[in-house]
Design a protein around this ligand. Sequence first.
Ligand SMILES: Cc1cc2nc3c(=O)[nH]c(=O)nc-3n(C[C@H](O)[C@H](O)[C@H](O)COP(=O)(O)OP(=O)(O)OC[C@H]3O[C@@H](n4cnc5c(N)ncnc54)[C@H](O)[C@@H]3O)c2cc1C
Length: 479
Amino acid sequence: MARTVMWFRRDLRLADNPALLAAAGRLGTREPGAPGDQREVLALYVLDPHLLSRAGAPRRAYLHESLRALAEAIEDAGGRLAVVTGDPVVEVPRVANRVGAEEVHVAADFAPYGAARDDAVEQALTAQDRRLVRTGSPYAVAPGRVRKGDGEPYRVFTPFRAAWLDHGWRAPVPAPDGVRWLEKPRGAGGAADGEGTRALAARPDVDVPEAGEGAARALWEEFLDDGLDRYQQDRDRPDLAGTSRLSIALRWGEIHPRTLLADLTRLGQDGRRSSGMHDGVASFRSELAWREFFADALWHTPTSARTSLHAVVPEDAWVDGVDEDAALEAWAAGRTGYPFVDAGMRQLAAAGWMHGRVRMVTASFLVKDLHVRWQRGARHFMRHLLDGDLASNQHNWQWVAGTGLDAAPYFRIFNPVTQGTKFDPHGDYVRRWVPELRDVPGAVVHEPWRLRETPAGYPERMLDHAVERKVALDAYGRR
Ligand SMILES: Cc1cc2nc3c(=O)[nH]c(=O)nc-3n(C[C@H](O)[C@H](O)[C@H](O)COP(=O)(O)OP(=O)(O)OC[C@H]3O[C@@H](n4cnc5c(N)ncnc54)[C@H](O)[C@@H]3O)c2cc1C
């Protein structure tokens, strides 16, 4: 029987995984147990030092948990996950050679590093007379597929979303019953709980949530039962559990957006559902469309990961050197003296996640109140977010900074106090994350400078928003 390697990367799941079905020779096989063109499959994960060095302790710790869950699922099905550490261009052909696999199967990676790495791995495999087979991607519609009538990419979200909805996506594929997993061969590397992966778990720094596809599915089902019908109304409220929190599972591919979209379509077509549920379906689908829009944008313009798509202010408007470092340090530590901003940054540090509304406000504060370039903030987010994803992160930063595709205009500047009083109306979110303010009742917690005494340990405002807003607008006027 022919042998293949299933190289897991950003698809740490067994269900609805077309690349895995292709590896097992089951893609397109109608009967789940039918012999078809069956192969023996080796499950492989490569710990790539280049990617790990950029990930930060929280993301590495989450990867450890997720790999453990994947390994357990594969063991339950009779196989073993081989985990090797090293450059994939060397390691993948080495493992394929050792097990005598003709093909290595992956879900295509569209981000700049991943796409270049895969091309290099493909060349190395071809030199050994083996093939790299790409099936599916982390998206419902692969980046580059949705285009305007003239073949150009969309630069504005709303028409992209309309074309993306028109394009549609495939139905989820069945779970791979009866895959013939190969035992991990000698010399193929440690198991998922081996030394390489254990090193990932060192110094987790954050409370890592439960990882793996089972946990992702449970989170989604809980949200369908008890969140989607209020999503439209509550999703901007960081004081409530108003969003799905699936960004982490989507980032690691523990669940695929196609699985979510199929459930949304079913719910949307059910005429007995409440109007809240129908609004929730449309609004959640639209958020998934943003994820796909930004992936598409990064694929068309890989330099957008580092470079602004538009210049909004002259270069001399940004702070540099020690001023920049001091601004970044206070912001990252959640010690700006603006409670809504500080709560967000402390949530990020403690939980490796931040509510989306607060991501916008904290990012805006760094760029427009502290006059720090968006790239510095994006780098900090990428080190700390468990859902850190190059396309979503860099393009959302560019959106807030006004430098990206279909971005918020530069002159629309978030006011950290009014954002707080509007979206955290009772101050519960601030009190949860900023212990120095726990005894300040009600919405005044968003403006501690109005209290007779500043609560002990909480910093004075490091700047006056009204003044810095004007500085930002003046710089914009000079561009
Ligand atoms: C400055 C900044 C940085 C961000 N960095 C990231 C990042 O690194 N990784 C990441 O996944 N998201 C990022 N986002 C987008 C968004 O904030 C998160 O996806 C969302 O808050 C995650 O929470 P949730 O899963 O509960 O979202 P829900 O409201 O439940 O949304 C469902 C899903 O839709 C997608 N989504 C929602 N909003 C956006 C958006 N604005 N852009 C792209 N996709 C979206 C996510 O996959 C999310 O899981 C960033 C936003 C900002 C403003």
